[in-house]
Ligand binder design. Structure first.
Ligand SMILES: NC(=O)c1ccc[n+]([C@@H]2O[C@H](COP(=O)([O-])OP(=O)(O)OC[C@H]3O[C@@H](n4cnc5c(N)ncnc54)[C@H](O)[C@@H]3O)[C@@H](O)[C@H]2O)c1
Length: 444
């Protein structure tokens, strides 16, 4: 993150006008659940449960001062009424049709929102089958060269801004997980990447073209999937060049969310860990995409990285030096978006005595992801107005594989991530950091 041009407190640009939220993957389960959900909240039909920006609070000052404003009242954020939605998809369904197909929300709710949802239609996508083997769509841009595709994406962003009279825009990738792609030479610098664009290098994925288009227009970009996208030196350089914030990657929602809640607890009490077996079944379109080994590999790597960083086996070799961690994802259509996850955790305690923890989480993937999209869109826009640019590590709270500065290791512990996020807000608003020391109360 670059903070040389940081603006604090009253210098932070106001959240005036309308904010456009553009989602690649607009017709997918997460996007539709997010947009329909925001509209339901705007109409007073539901509460934005799970959203820190809407329902979360932040303590200021001492515990005795009782100052706990809502985050949305503490920092300048736009009202939900100021949000406008758009995006791209390889299917041309309007959001009403897409919501019905996703089968996440109750039909009665979708019908009630029909007038609003039918007005939102995706732009044609930039898509390459090599990166998502199990999907075939027809709503795809005709241009073939990367440079032309980028120009077409920029024209969409401009069109969206003009038509909706937007003040600002952000992009949140809610598209399918792309096939596994390791970092190659072409990703190593902006110069090499731009050279790669000119010769349509096969190591540049569609999500990278979206990110390139957005960043070079000064539009912040968030990556909700595990594909590299902005997590390469070239994109970080681009973001810094145009002074745009970026964040990623892979929304932390179901099984991994629980893992980053439970693992820090086990470590805090110095209980040992022998193995952690995680398996889950899901039957939505995301599950279908992950049923292909190439996309599955990208996701599996993202899900596996979590434990090592939290448990620090190099610091605690007796406790975590020999952990068997396995993650399986199984496509099972009958469950649709209602994923079921099982975790079998083999721990040991005093004198090495063994114990087991079993977790069976019957979750709803998109219900957990929707508030994360909302918070990220609002926070990344806030970051830009506060003059922050490059990688936004303080948003790690929302990601399975949080991006951070090269020399640092990512922070996965959910509670440290939340403290980091809130302290960043306190810092930007020139409030005192909260360390939870508390001894001062006993010294007066
Ligand atoms: N739901 C969760 O809890 C969760 C958690 C972490 C990450 N994610 C990730 O978020 C993404 C969305 O999840 P979902 O459940 O909505 O999946 P989904 O399959 O329902 O939606 C993805 C959409 O992206 C579209 N798409 C694919 N390639 C595209 C491209 N190049 N341009 C534009 N659109 C494209 C697909 O047509 C589809 O409509 C996935 O990558 C998923 O892995 C979801």
């Amino acid at each position: 993150m670059k903070a040389e041009k940081i603006r604090r407190k009253s210098e932070i640009l106001p959240a005036k006008g309308r904010l456009g939220i553009l989602l690649p993957g607009l017709a997918g389960a997460v996007s539709t659940t997010f947009i329909a959900g925001v509209e339901a909240v705007r109409r007073g039909m539901a509460l934005p449960i799970g959203s820190l920006t809407q329902m979360g609070t932040i303590r200021l000052g001492k515990r005795t001062e009782n100052q706990v404003p809502k985050i949305k009242d503490f920092i300048p954020l736009p009202d939900l009424d100021a949000l406008v939605f758009g995006g791209w998809d390889i299917f041309d369904d309007n959001l009403y049709e897409a919501c019905l197909k996703a089968e996440v929300l109750e039909k009665t709710l979708v019908e009630e929102l029909k007038d609003f949802l039918t007005t939102i239609k995706p732009y044609a996508a930039v898509f390459k089958q090599e990166f998502v083997h199990n999907l075939e769509g027809k709503h795809i841009k005709k241009e073939t060269s990367y440079l032309d595709l980028i120009e077409a994406l920029k024209a969409d962003i401009e069109d969206f801004k003009q038509k909706n009279q937007l003040d600002r825009c952000v992009v949140v990738w809610c598209g399918s997980t792309e096939a596994y792609l390791p970092i190659k030479e072409v990703h190593q610098s902006l110069e090499k990447f731009e050279e790669g664009l000119r010769r349509n290098d096969p190591n540049i994925s569609p999500s990278m073209l979206y990110a390139y288009a957005a960043l070079s227009m000064g539009v912040p970009f968030v990556n909700g999937a595990p594909n590299l996208t902005v997590d390469i030196p070239a994109m970080i350089e681009l973001a810094e060049k145009y002074e745009v914030p970026i964040a990623g990657k892979d929304f932390k929602t179901g099984q991994t969310l629980l893992k980053t809640i439970i693992a820090p607890g086990i470590k805090a009490r110095l209980l040992g860990l022998k193995g952690w077996f995680s398996t889950n079944i899901l039957g939505n379109r995301d599950g279908l995409v992950l049923d292909d080994e190439a996309s599955y590999k990208t996701k599996r790597i993202s899900k596996l990285s979590v434990l090592d960083y939290i448990l620090q086996p190099h610091v605690y070799p007796e406790l975590y030096g020999d952990v068997y961690h396995k993650v399986c994802i199984n496509y099972y259509p009958p469950r649709g978006d209602n994923k079921e996850a099982w975790d079998c955790i083999d721990i040991f305690g005093w004198l090495g005595y063994e114990m087991q923890i079993k977790v069976n989480f019957l979750c709803r993937d998109s219900i957990l992801a929707a508030p994360v999209v909302l918070d990220l869109a609002l926070f990344i826009d806030f970051a830009k107005r506060a003059g922050l640019y490059g990688v936004q590590e303080w948003l790690s709270f929302y990601f399975k594989s949080p991006m951070c500065k090269e020399e640092l290791y990512p922070e996965h512990d959910l509670f440290i991530q939340l403290m980091k996020l809130k302290n960043t807000l306190r810092f930007l608003m020139e409030e005192e950091q909260i360390t939870h020391l508390g001894i001062d109360y006993y010294m007066e």
